[in-house]
Write a protein that binds this ligand. Structure first.
Ligand code: 5RP
Length: 230
């Protein structure tokens, strides 16, 4: 395990401590969420936790959870107790960009259904403003994708079809991903509102005001950030 992987695991271990027996838990997607799922599975099989059921945010996380014997259920109407996921960027206010792994739509459905949404990651994901390093992923339907891209360009971003036109990346929902790169700082709340109004956009990777806390690990250990509103 390299340093970055050790940090991801350290952050995931702190989040697993929030899981209690009987909980319905949302499982994120990606290399950090993978550690969380692995540790959750280990605690269940060791008998340290019981009666935990999970809702995965991707087929990949579902396969991992099933292999570990974590019971999987459909997302119930009443929502979830807790959801834990990685991120591509996070600010000190816990606004985040997600979706480099392509699972943003299910991740947002799961995160927004949870009474507590917790982010985990290593400290290379911390930014002063969103978009500093990562593009902003947007899931779009296939139909009319060129028109949708033109509308996305009007938001002031360069819209790149993930995977390219010949071999586009396809999400678990059968849709495409357009990665938006802005030239400089952008108003995340205004962009989120504008994206929601673009026909063809299924979901975007701005997770604003959703996380209750974040565990961010690095050389100096795990830092816990708590949302201003918590
Ligand atoms: C997937 C995601 C991931 O949570 C995000 O990309 C972080 O992944 P990793 O933990 O591998 O760095 O949003 O859609």
């Amino acid at each position: 395990m390299d340093a970055s992987d050790r940090w991801k695991r350290a952050a995931a271990l702190r989040a697993v401590e929030l899981v209690e027996s009987g909980m319905l838990v949302g499982l994120g997607t990606g290399s950090t969420a993978r550690h969380f799922i692995a540790d959750l599975g280990a605690r269940l099989s060791a008998g340290e936790l019981g009666d935990v059921r999970a809702v995965p945010s991707s087929e990949e996380s579902e396969r991992q959870a099933l292999a570990l014997g974590i019971p999987i259920v459909d997302l119930p109407a009443e929502g979830l107790d807790l959801a834990v996921d990685g991120m591509d960027e996070v600010t000190d206010e816990l606004d985040a960009i997600k979706g480099l792994g392509g699972a943003l739509t299910r991740e947002k459905i799961v995160a927004s259904a949870a009474r507590r949404f917790v982010l985990i990651g290593d400290d290379r994901k911390r930014v002063a403003r969103l978009g500093e390093r990562a593009p902003l992923p947007v899931e779009v339907v296939r139909f009319g994708v060129n028109r949708t891209r033109a509308l996305l360009r009007e938001l002031g971003a360069e819209p790149e079809l993930r995977g390219g036109a010949q071999t586009p990346a396809v999400t678990d929902n059968g849709n495409l991903i357009v990665d938006l790169r802005f030239d400089g700082p952008f108003d995340a709340a205004a962009v989120a509102e504008a994206l929601a109004a673009v026909p063809g956009v299924v979901e975007h990777g701005l997770f604003l005001g959703m996380a209750e806390r974040a565990f961010i690990a690095g050389e100096a250990g795990v830092t816990e950030l708590v949302a201003p509103s918590s």
